[in-house]
Design a protein around this ligand. Structure first.
Ligand SMILES: [Zn+2]
Length: 390
């Protein structure tokens, strides 16, 4: 019953915002949210949509021309994003995060620095400079490449210890939440000690529910919500009912709660990464991938409903894209007959690494119309930085 009501709210929300971009064209969005499905190419979206369990109040119809759409596929603007890095046709997540966050190409492995080592300014840093509240959220470690691209500057994405130091001292964010910490030296107790010594409010799975605007007032908030030392919010497909870790939608809406309380009339910037999608694709694990694309979509729907309830949906530019595709996934069958309800589609993975394929780009809200058609990752980063500048 609760699930049904949630779906209805999400659908009402989406149909409400479908007309927003043109009405608001030419105005700066008050808030910008960038959702990044790490490794989420067209094949991933297609397969995850095909394999969605039927919605309770909308029974599967094998004759339907398209699979059930994700909420982000209902956004009024769609396009594609190319993602080569400065030194490679196939990008890694560090160069791709730098391009999206800073609006400039760099070499694979590099975070927040140009190929010549010049420091680049990320949109999170820019938004903070202009008085906006800033949040960075990921389903994998907060020191992993994609979230780090928004606050860290490092010649190597693998320098996890140094990246954690930057997370402790950078003052770029109001909220930084991840599905754990990748730096191996940072055991949970040490992480808490270090964060509190740095003046941050620190949270993990044991006190996730205590995160409130009042409990964290005046402090930057850092959270790592991994309870079983695998550096991620557990895959939906692998979760047991006892799993104490919050889900991506819980973490993202908690971040929005804090940002709405802190934005001081100036709005906020938030990046939310579905980071474990990429990890599933590296393992060519379709079940994990499909579940986490659904988790990513569920987080987007929850944030849309939250913004609508706060009266800020029409003022928020929401962009959903990927940093690159992982796995070279294609759906190849069945051929000659429809996919029966509950049947698994036939697929082929062509690599355990990333591919050079362009990725989907969806947008809704003020200025969303500028994201139609084909874009490049660094150019998208530059555009969003322009829109974050008063
Ligand atoms: Zn990857």
């Amino acid at each position: 019953m609760r699930a049904c009501r949630f779906v209805v709210i999400a659908l009402v929300t989406l149909f409400t915002c479908a007309g927003a971009p043109n009405a608001a064209a030419g105005t700066r969005p008050r808030n910008i949210i960038l959702f990044i499905g790490d490794g989420m190419g067209f094949g991933e979206v297609e397969l995850a949509a095909l394999q969605q369990p039927p919605v309770a109040d909308a029974p599967a119809n094998p004759a339907a021309p398209v699979p059930p759409l994700f909420c982000f596929e209902r956004f009024p603007v769609a396009g594609t994003l190319s993602n080569r890095s400065a030194n490679s046709l196939v990008t890694d997540s560090a160069a791709a995060a730098t391009a999206l966050a800073c609006g400039a190409k760099t070499n694979n492995g590099t975070l927040g620095l140009a190929p010549d080592g010049t420091r680049l300014e990320s949109m999170a840093e820019l938004a903070k400079k202009h008085g906006k509240a800033v949040g960075i959220v990921s389903s994998v470690g907060f020191d992993h490449a994609t979230p780090a691209g928004f606050y860290a500057h490092s010649a190597s994405r693998d320098s996890y210890e140094a990246i954690v130091e930057q997370a402790l001292t950078c003052k770029t964010y109001d909220v930084l939440f991840g599905g754990g910490v990748c730096a191996t030296s940072m055991a949970p107790a040490l992480m808490r000690t270090r964060a509190e010594a740095a003046g941050l409010a620190y949270f993990d799975t044991t006190n996730f529910k205590d995160i409130t605007p009042a409990a964290t007032a005046g402090k930057a908030v850092l959270g790592a919500f991994d309870a079983n030392n695998n550096d991620l919010l557990d895959f939906l497909s692998d979760r047991t009912p006892e799993c104490p870790e919050p889900r991506l939608a819980d973490v993202a809406t908690k971040a929005v709660d804090l940002l709405l309380a802190r934005e001081n009339g100036k709005g906020f910037f938030l990046m939310v990464e579905g980071g474990a999608i990429d990890w599933a694709c590296h393992g060519n694990n379709a079940k994990q991938m499909c579940g986490d694309v659904r988790e990513f979509d569920r987080a987007i729907a929850a944030v849309l409903a939250q913004l609508a309830a706060a009266g800020q949906l029409e003022d928020t530019l929401i962009v959903v894209t990927a940093d690159h595709e992982t796995g070279g996934l294609v759906v190849v069958g069945p051929y000659g007959k429809p996919l029966a309800p509950g049947q698994e589609a036939e697929i082929k993975w062509s690599t355990g690494g990333h591919s050079a394929m362009f990725v989907p780009l969806y947008a809704t809200g003020p200025e969303a119309a500028r994201l139609a058609n084909r874009h490049d990752n660094a150019e998208l980063g530059r555009l969003l930085k322009t829109l974050l500048t008063p």
